[in-house]
Design a protein around this ligand. Structure first.
Ligand SMILES: Nc1ncnc2c1ncn2[C@@H]1O[C@H](COP(=O)(O)OP(=O)(O)OP(=O)(O)O)[C@@H](O)[C@H]1O
Length: 863
């Protein structure tokens, strides 16, 4: 950016702030506008579709009015920008008084608005959490510190480096920051404060702790991540304090591990297109509060692995399913409650207003009423008993707010009018003085009309003149007369304006009383805010408890709608589902009047790998996904779409679909498929659930079949997870004879009078044929192409029958484990030798190399 020495003081100030803003756009406050200059102006004008103009000196600029700034900010943030807000921190009058008549108003950056540090309702999605995640690595430890300052949530997660991506996928953060790049993770790098000592200090200072034992002694990586996070919050929030509860250390083993690819493939909280509608969350969400919706998303993103904790949630859902009337009443009470958590977040951040206080009054009041209703019910489940006490305990604050505030206060505190009558006698006196004054002014208008005989005379008010008398120009003479008692102030095109001593006196009265009243109201606002902020922790606990109740009641509602059942949980590696359905597909079919065919699945220790064949469009993918979703729902504490389900707890869930498009990430589809399959083979355990859909499809038939074959064997012999494997390679069915825990299943289809009928029924045994051509015909491929394909197929099949086909000879293949043993182990001595380049060695290095080789030869002889 060009910077001339001749810059005006204002431009010098601008450049200083511009430098401080770094890569953020700078909103530079000038009166009622935020202005942007230079490159910022070009970027913002393009993104916001507003006029780009030029100043007199040719500098590009554009601006947004302060009162509408939030909606512009929202668009910039959504487009991936960050925005630094430079406010005037003194008034022009103060500047003049302090530094002379030409003094420049002092400005400072008061906040950096970034996607992960938002608190405004208009900028946030009410139905999902808004995480900011900070990543740190110290030695081989990695950790994430994450917070949602709109609700005060704060988590620390320690994990191995390769697990970072999966943990981030669980959180789905709006913004990720770190110090140094971590391969494979997209974030804003180069931030400071990622230091374990600084982190420890910052945590202690922030929460007033003498030591961190109460937090369970976080590790060095967690402290470093917390340090980076807190430093970033300080840098972005400046004077305001971000709302943070005490950090909760998340035990990763307490949650079902689900990596990013699985989340995308199962469309858990978002569809592949990124919408909530059409995802599992969108389909099952019957929450009536925004906080409930956020919690349901969190629950689905992180199903539990602890049986007792899941049973507690299920007990509560069951309790709500038993009493639909009670549930309805509770839900309508919840529906009317405001979003406590986010209102509190704004108050703590110093961006709250009277309406946020009213939200606390109504939300906390509603919570305590709800607690009373629920306490009167019998046979309460344990979780509810734990939640009840958390709903109450705010009586003093509720009463104070109820007395202090008018029923529905304005959003903006600036004009006052939010403190109720009879709360503060002094305020009442000032208010009546000011309204008496206004009445006196109105009376004055009548008297002046009579006295002057100008019926069009009006008393008006504006920001420049304050109260004044205005008459049409043609009647001005009467008031301009020297003895009229009026003083001329301003002549306009059609009107003339005057002042008078009586008006001046009344106006000062109004102004003074009004000004004092406003100051008094502001003082009350500050005090009430401080009171509420002082109780931030218990208030957010109440908000969480309400959300938990909403989620349970909503799940009961959904279970009732769909005839879902309570799953039984088991510690063993079983998975028994009778009459299972895919909630999203079932809904889509229902809309077009089609019936969903329910299917069973029964995996156990001796039958843990199902190989599923069948025609395209037969329902293989749907079946695979429904099994995974049922396990996931069960462990999230929900009833499931089935007539019976017994779920052996799943530690990790994997779902892969062969050859799915992932060109955006710059890898070929087949490469992605193989990388992801490798990840499963490396991580799946006997307690995992793995669904593999047409793995190997993305390459040539021979390679694909070979890979699919080897993957099935490895899943069976090595990972030993519960596995569903859907494939079009019929040759794989030969594995049934070789692998004892593998069984064959197919989605049934029939040809009837030459037409293909897909039954969507999962049955035992392999599919008799593939029906590919029949499906192609169903899809409307031209008859000539279909009949040509048929004759090509006949030739191919004849060839296969003669030679045994592409799988001929596979039966002679040694078993997977035997083949692994037979593979020769690498010889370290030979490898070391081949690494040596004799011509590149000095005599001394050559001697050292000889010693090394000798030592190696000894150790391999010993081994
Ligand atoms: N159980 C079911 N009951 C009724 N309709 C179903 C069922 N399962 C699937 N369908 C219907 O069949 C369509 C295809 O299902 P799906 O994608 O699961 O088939 P597929 O066997 O995986 O196909 P492909 O091999 O071509 O990938 C679905 O969109 C749905 O409309």
């Amino acid at each position: 950016m060009a910077r001339a020495d001749a810059d005006t003081p204002m431009m010098q100030q601008y450049h200083r702030l511009r430098d401080e803003a770094g890569d953020a756009l700078l909103f530079y406050r000038m009166g009622d506008f935020f202005e942007l200059f230079f490159e910022d102006a070009k970027v913002a004008a393009g993104c916001l579709d507003i006029a780009l103009t030029k100043r007199g000196d040719g500098v590009p600029m554009c601006g947004v009015p302060v009162h509408a700034a939030e909606s512009y900010l929202a668009r910039l943030i959504r487009a991936g920008h960050r925005v630094a807000i430079a406010e005037q921190i003194e008034s022009p009058a103060e500047a003049r008084k302090a530094r002379g008549s030409k003094a420049l108003v002092e400005r400072a950056i008061v906040r950096l608005v970034t996607p992960g540090t938002l608190t405004e309702d208009t900028l946030l999605d009410s139905g999902s959490a808004n995480w900011l995640a900070a990543l740190a690595r110290v030695g081989d430890e990695s950790a994430i510190a994450a917070c949602d300052i709109s609700t005060g949530r704060f988590e620390l997660v320690a994990c191995a480096g390769h697990e970072l991506a999966a943990e981030l996928a669980r959180l789905g953060p709006a913004e990720v920051i770190g110090a140094e790049p971590v391969p494979g993770i997209e974030a804003r790098w180069g931030h400071e404060g990622f230091d374990s000592l600084a982190g420890e200090r910052a945590l202690k200072r922030r929460f007033g702790l003498a030591d961190l034992d109460g937090l369970g002694g976080p590790g060095r990586a967690e402290l470093a991540a917390a340090g980076g996070l807190l430093a970033y919050l300080d840098a972005t929030q400046r004077e305001a304090t971000a709302f943070l509860g005490l950090p909760r250390r998340v035990q990763r083993s307490a949650h079902m591990a689900i990596d990013a690819a699985t989340r995308i493939s199962l469309e858990i909280c978002r569809t592949a297109e990124g919408t909530v509608a059409g995802s599992l969350l969108g389909e099952i969400d019957r929450c009536v509060t925004a906080a409930g919706r956020r919690l349901l998303g969190t629950d689905l993103a992180a199903p539990l692995t602890d049986r007792a904790a899941i049973e507690d949630r299920l007990d509560l859902v069951a309790w709500f399913t038993e009493e639909p009337i009670r549930r309805d009443r509770l839900r309508s009470a919840l529906r009317s409650l405001p979003d406590l958590g986010r209102g509190l977040g704004r108050l703590v951040a110093g961006r709250g207003g009277p309406r946020d206080l009213a939200a606390l009054r109504d939300g906390l009041g509603g919570a305590s009423d709800l607690a009373a209703t629920l306490a009167a019910t019998a046979l309460r489940p344990r979780l509810l008993d734990d939640l009840l006490p958390l709903l109450g305990g705010h009586q003093t604050l509720i009463e104070e707010l109820a007395r202090a505030l008018v029923p529905s206060p304005p959003l903006d505190a600036a004009k006052g009018g939010f403190i109720a009558e009879a709360y503060d006698p002094e305020l009442d006196t000032l208010r009546s003085a000011s309204s008496d004054g206004r009445r006196a002014i109105a009376e004055l208008e009548g008297r002046y009309r009579e006295a002057t005989g100008v019926s069009a005379l009006k008393i008006r008010h504006n920001a420049v003149l304050g109260y004044h008398v205005e008459v049409p120009a043609k009647h001005a003479d009467r008031l301009l007369a020297p003895d009229s008692g009026f003083t001329h102030r301003q002549t306009m095109a059609g009107a003339v304006r005057f002042n008078s001593p009586a008006l001046h006196e009344e106006a000062s009265r109004v102004l003074e009383a009004g000004g004092h009243a406003l100051t008094l109201e502001q003082a009350h606002l500050e005090r009430l805010t401080a009171h509420a902020v002082g109780e931030a922790a218990p208030i957010s606990t109440t908000a969480d408890a309400l959300a938990r109740i909403d989620v349970a009641a909503a799940l009961a509602e959904r279970a009732g709608e769909g005839g879902w059942v309570r799953p039984t949980l088991d510690e063993g590696p079983c998975l028994e589902i009778e009459g299972g359905r895919h909630p999203v597909v079932e809904r889509a079919l229902g809309k077009s009047g089609d019936r969903f065919v329910a299917n069973d699945c029964c995996l156990g220790a001796s039958d843990r790998l199902w190989l599923i064949t069948g025609p395209n469009m037969g329902g293989k993918s749907t079946f695979l996904r429904q099994v995974a979703l049922i396990a996931l729902l069960a462990q999230a504490g929900s009833f499931v779409p089935a007539s019976r389900a017994k779920i052996g707890l799943v530690d990790r869930l994997f779902s892969r679909v062969g050859a799915s498009d992932n060109l955006a990430r710059g890898r070929s589809t087949f490469m992605v498929e193989m990388v992801e399959t490798a990840a499963i083979l490396a991580q799946a355990t006997p307690r995992s659930l793995v669904i593999l859909d047409e793995i190997g499809r993305g390459t040539s038939t021979y390679d694909g079949l070979a890979i699919a074959w080897a993957v099935v064997e490895a899943m069976h012999d090595e990972a030993r997870s519960r596995t569903l494997f859907a494939t079009h390679y019929h040759e794989l069915t030969r594995l049934a004879g070789r692998l004892p825990c593998l069984s064959l299943h197919n989605v049934r289809a029939r040809e009837w009078k030459g037409d293909l009928v897909l039954l969507h029924e999962v049955a035992e045994g392999a599919a008799d044929r593939s029906y590919g051509i029949a499906v192609a015909r169903l899809a409307g491929l031209p008859p000539t192409v279909v009949s040509r394909a048929k004759s090509v197929l006949a030739k191919l099949e004849a060839g296969r029958d003669a030679t045994g086909g592409i799988a001929a000879g596979l039966d002679d293949l040694p078993l997977f484990a035997a083949a692994m043993a037979a593979e020769p182990a690498p010889d370290p001595l030979a490898e070391a030798l081949s690494d040596i380049d004799p011509d590149a060695l000095t005599p001394r290095e050559a001697l050292q190399a000889l010693y090394r080789l000798k030592a190696l030869s000894h150790s391999s002889a010993d081994g």
